[in-house]
Design a protein around this ligand. Structure first.
Ligand code: FE2
Length: 374
């Protein structure tokens, strides 16, 4: 088992003090090769030269605006510095849940290249590719276009939205991306280009912290259970507005058909860091399997409450134009805030990862692993 070091690696513990205030996959484009030992931090430290700050103790890291990801993308493929930097970035995103990169000069095409490079560097399966959302329109080449996330529906009435009944509880929309897929998202990235004068913040929630808040007996019970996730609401949206859904493959050969349903472990081990997470969300998780309906309801009610009400495990990110956030969907959840009327739009890509798994042998609590380092 590798060891995390307290200093020098820059991969954990505050680099600066936290604030006190509150299509078909193309195998040639995706490699599963990672040079790291499983779950180990990368051994290179190219990113140490760039200042970054923790957004909160539990989740979030923001780089200085002078760090432009375009410069990393510009390095030739196969270049040692390029490969190592992407490995470091992938590990940092998975470790901190979400990383923010202010004022990034990136086109939608750059974003696609970035998603593929990061996905490869993170050791995702060789057949992982960019996700095509069921409601997405395809480009003329049949490939997914970099999606636009917006509060406005497109001309067909399609929008990546989850509930038709809007709750007054803003936490209603907490989710991890596309957990209704058998192979859900690893990294999602959103570069915001159009913002309202105020409002539209995104909240991110640490799934590591949620796991670590569970007692040992509760962890033991939940680690033997799976839950059913469903995206059936997109079928209803398509039926109502009369558009066709994309039936796949959607970023992985397993992500096909129109069931939009998958069974995943309730406790999931993050494939990059080896830390355990709580992997349910109130948008897509419908039922814990193997227990009674009432037991499932009671357990999910508590777990959703834990996620929504643990504000010590959250960060609320206030966007500026050009900001890019990249998050690991097996390390955090997120939720947009619909408190504005003006347009709010950005470019979005999602890179599909592995089928979620719980590693009973090597999966660890993030908090306990970091606390054990001396
Ligand atoms: Fe999302």
């Amino acid at each position: 088992m590798h060891k995390l070091a307290l200093s020098g690696s820059g991969y954990h513990l505050p680099v600066s003090p936290p604030p006190t205030a509150p299509g078909s996959p193309d195998p040639s484009r995706a490699s599963s090769r990672t040079r790291r030992e499983r779950y180990a931090p990368p051994s290179s430290h190219y990113l140490d030269e760039h200042k970054r700050e923790h957004l909160t103790p539990a989740i979030g890291l923001r780089f200085e605006r002078e760090f432009q990801l375009k410069d990393v993308l510009a390095l030739p493929e196969g270049d040692e510095r390029r490969e190592a930097t992407f490995e470091e970035l992938a590990y940092l995103i998975s470790l901190h849940g979400v990383c923010a990169f202010p004022a990034q000069d990136l086109s939608p095409e750059d974003l696609e290249r970035l998603a593929l490079a990061l996905g490869r560097a993170s050791g995702a399966p060789a057949d992982s590719d960019l996700h095509i959302h069921p409601t997405a329109a395809l480009g003329e080449d049949g490939r997914p276009k970099v999606g636009t996330i917006s509060n406005k529906a497109d001309s067909r009435g399609a929008r990546i939205n989850f509930k038709d009944e809007r709750s007054e509880l803003a936490s209603q929309g907490i989710h991890t991306d596309i957990s209704f897929e058998r192979r859900p998202a690893r990294y999602s990235m959103l570069r915001m280009h159009t913002l309202p004068p105020t409002g539209g913040d995104t909240l991110f929630y640490s799934s590591y912290a949620h796991h670590d808040k569970l007692s040992a007996p509760m962890r033991a019970m939940l680690s033997g259970l799976r839950a059913r996730h469903s995206g059936a609401m997109f079928r209803e949206q398509a039926r109502r507005h009369g558009f066709d859904l994309h039936l796949g493959p959607r970023g992985a050969p397993d992500n096909v058909d129109d069931s939009f349903e998958a069974s995943h472990p309730v406790i999931r081990t993050n494939a990059v860091t080896g830390f355990n997470t709580l992997f349910v969300n109130q948008c897509f998780t419908e039922r814990i399997e193997g227990v009674t309906f009432d037991e499932s309801r009671a357990l999910l009610d508590y777990l959703f409450k834990l996620q929504a009400q643990s504000h010590d495990a959250q960060v609320r990110y206030r966007w500026s134009e050009g900001d890019l956030c990249i998050w690991d969907n097996s390390a955090c959840l997120h939720c947009a805030t619909f408190d504005y009327d003006e347009e709010r739009s950005g470019d979005r890509t999602v890179f599909v990862g592995e089928a979620p798994a719980f590693d009973a042998e090597r999966g660890r609590s993030r908090r306990e692993a970091l606390a054990s380092v001396v």
